[in-house]
Unconditional design. Structure first.
Length: 440
């Protein structure tokens, strides 16, 4: 089977001496999981408008207040589709632009062993598009019939870092359904400190200029006609940036159509990345790595990025053994700001040795509609140590809103094997000589 696709009924064979176990990797949740960046990065089709972030090549530093620094990013978009994209200033038929900053901690030897991780450092409010200039930076531009109210086929449009940080044009994320591309007209305005309001907010203490860290910036477009055409999974791109004083200086090429979470894998080939589609809805991306601590324990590190799921994430659960000893738990989210209504309470951590799970979770939607769910264009990170080596297993991402499936599953490595037998003796021909079933 092509390694880009791992459907819910894909099977794998593992050999234990002379015994063979057939296992079901992903179960009846009808989840699709994908290895590598191919699904999100590919142009998803030529039908309809298809906006991508073509280039990220500049940032703006706006100042610091209370230990928090403010930034914005220049983004240049391109319409890779075969129809013009709506770019109407008033109303809700134009793109909105999210901006994000990540940090990758690089793996290093020593005591204790540092296995590396990726964390989201800051997010912006959304720049609302108001005019397209229809340039030719990304190819041969077919000038659209409605001029600046559309982005033509093959046309580009730059929004400078200063423009993307202009507070009068910034609206909150909570007013947007990233899966459908719908958002509220007459958006709210950011509040708070004059330097920080609505821009990417990053703690100054998180910007450490040493060789142990690498930094990445990301632009992410949401547009209603792009989403309606089914072309919304290649709308985020990332680029590395270096620290120079208070500035973040973009370096290297823009990774078009590839989300920032993939930067971890780009720097560390030991990282695995999988993409998980919510049936009939949006996309989550999980990256993970397991490393030996050289002391009888292993470190498990996971990050989950919500690309465009309006249902959002409420919990993350990993199988463990009933005898597992879990230590060194960690959780990292990202701070909302400037009047965004969401609760920033960290997800609660729970170890259930009887049920064989450890999990992080926030409140349910029924309890608190503004709970700290994993919402679109945000990434949360999770880690722990366990005294059990890694096994192939199925983890669960519980969903927040209630108008969809309760959860989606993804194939990972974990301290316990919870994979379900798919075949038993007597399969097909009835000749059982070559078969034996081994249950977990």
């Amino acid at each position: 089977m092509n390694d880009r696709w791992e459907a819910s009924v894909k099977t794998s064979v593992r050999v234990f001496g002379r015994r063979t176990k057939m296992i079901k990797i992903l179960t009846i949740a009808c989840v699709l999981a994908f290895s590598g960046a191919a699904y999100a990065a590919d142009t998803e089709g030529t039908v309809g408008p298809d906006v991508v972030v073509f280039e990220i090549d500049d940032t703006e530093y706006w100042g610091e207040s209370g230990g928090v620094k403010a930034y914005s990013i220049r983004t240049e978009s391109c319409n890779r589709g075969d129809e013009p994209l709506s770019w109407i200033s008033n109303g809700n038929q134009h793109p909105v632009i999210a901006q994000n900053i990540y940090r990758v901690t690089l793996p290093a030897a020593g005591t204790p062993v540092e296995h590396g991780r990726i964390e989201m450092l800051g997010i912006s409010w959304l720049k609302h598009g108001f005019l397209s200039v229809n340039g030719s930076s990304c190819g041969s531009c077919i000038y659209p019939p409605l001029g600046g109210s559309q982005l033509g086929i093959g046309c580009s449009d730059p929004y400078g870092a200063g423009l993307n940080g202009s507070q009068s044009g910034l609206g909150p994320r909570f007013e947007v359904n990233a899966f459908t591309g719908e958002f509220i007209d007459n958006h709210s305005s950011p509040s708070g400190n004059a330097n920080l309001a609505g821009r990417i907010n990053v703690k100054a203490s998180d910007l450490i200029d040493t060789a142990d860290y690498a930094y990445f910036i990301e632009g992410h477009y949401i547009a209603p006609d792009d989403a309606a055409s089914g072309n919304s999974l290649n709308n985020a791109s990332y680029q590395e940036a270096t620290i120079s004083g208070n500035n973040l200086i973009p370096s290297g090429p823009t990774n078009e159509g590839i989300q920032g979470i993939y930067a971890w894998q780009a720097l560390d080939p030991a990282v695995t990345v999988r993409e998980v589609v919510v049936p009939g809805e949006g996309l989550f991306i999980i990256a993970y790595k397991v490393g030996d601590n050289d002391d009888g324990t292993w470190h498990y590190q996971y990050s989950i990025f919500n690309m465009n799921s309006h249902l959002s994430g409420r919990s993350f659960s990993i199988p463990i053994l009933g005898t597992s000893v879990i230590t060194n738990e960690s959780f990292r989210d990202v701070d909302y700001h400037s009047g965004e209504p969401y609760d920033g309470t960290d997800w609660a951590f729970n170890v259930d040795t009887v049920g064989g799970w450890l999990s992080w979770s926030t409140e349910t939607y029924a309890t608190n509609t503004d709970a700290n769910a994993l919402r679109w264009s945000t990434m949360y990170s999770f880690g722990f140590d366990a005294d059990s080596p890694p096994e192939d297993a199925i983890a669960s991402i519980g969903l927040f809103r209630q108008d969809g499936p309760p959860s989606v599953q993804v194939f990972v490595q974990a301290p316990a094997d919870n994979l379900m037998p798919l075949f038993s003796d007597g399969f097909e021909s009835g000749d059982t000589s070559g078969w034996s079933e081994v249950s977990p």
